[in-house]
Design a protein around this ligand. Structure first.
Ligand code: TYD
Length: 136
C-alpha cells in the first residue's frame, strides 16, 4: 500500500512555528469539514471503518497516536507525531487509531460533510466490497 504523507511548509521564526493549510495548494481536495479528537482515553482504539468516497488528511497537532491502515491486502502501522506533516487517507482504506498520548490532538480534514451512508463499519463487508470492485 502506498502511504502518502504531505510535508507542510513551516513558517518559523524566533516566535515559534506556523503551518497554513489551503485547498488545492497543500491539501489535495476542497476542505468541506474539519474535526478533531482530543482527551482520548488511555488504551482506546477507535475508527474501525472505511469510507466509500471520503478522502481525509490527518494531522497530529500535539502529542502522538498511531494509525493502522488496511487496504484489504496489507495492513500498515504509522506513527503520527509531527504537526508538520499530514497523513492522506483515501477511500476504501480501513483505519484504526490507537496509542493516543494523553495530550494528543488529532485534526482531520475531510472533502465531504459527515454522512453515515458513506461509512463501511463492518470489516467483512469492507473486504467483500474491495474484492467486488477489483473483479473484472
Ligand atoms: P465515530 O465515527 O465513532 O468516530 P471514530 O471514527 O473516531 O471512531 O464518531 C463519534 C461520533 O461523532 C458519532 O456519533 C458520529 C459523530 N460525528 C459527527 O457528528 N460528525 C463527524 O464529522 C464525525 C467524524 C463524527
Amino acid at each position: 500500500m502506498d502511504i502518502k504523507f504531505i510535508q507542510f511548509q513551516t513558517h518559523g521564526d524566533d516566535r515559534g512555528s506556523l503551518v497554513a493549510l489551503e485547498d488545492h495548494k497543500n491539501i489535495p481536495f476542497t476542505i468541506k469539514r474539519v474535526y478533531y479528537l482530543f482527551n482520548t482515553q488511555e488504551k482506546v482504539r477507535r475508527g474501525f471503518h472505511a469510507h466509500k468516497k471520503l478522502k481525509q488528511l490527518a494531522v497530529v497537532l500535539k502529542g502522538s497516536c498511531r494509525f493502522m491502515l488496511d487496504d484489504g491486502k496489507e495492513k500498515i502501522e504509522i506513527l503520527l507525531d509531527n504537526p508538520e506533516q499530514g497523513l492522506y487517507i483515501e477511500s476504501f482504506v480501513w483505519r484504526e487509531m490507537f496509542d493516543f498520548s494523553e495530550d494528543c490532538v488529532l485534526l482531520v480534514l475531510a472533502d465531504s460533510f459527515y454522512d453515515e451512508a458513506d461509512y463501511i463499519r463492518d470489516y467483512d463487508k469492507f473486504l467483500r466490497e474491495i474484492n467486488d470492485s477489483t473483479k473484472i
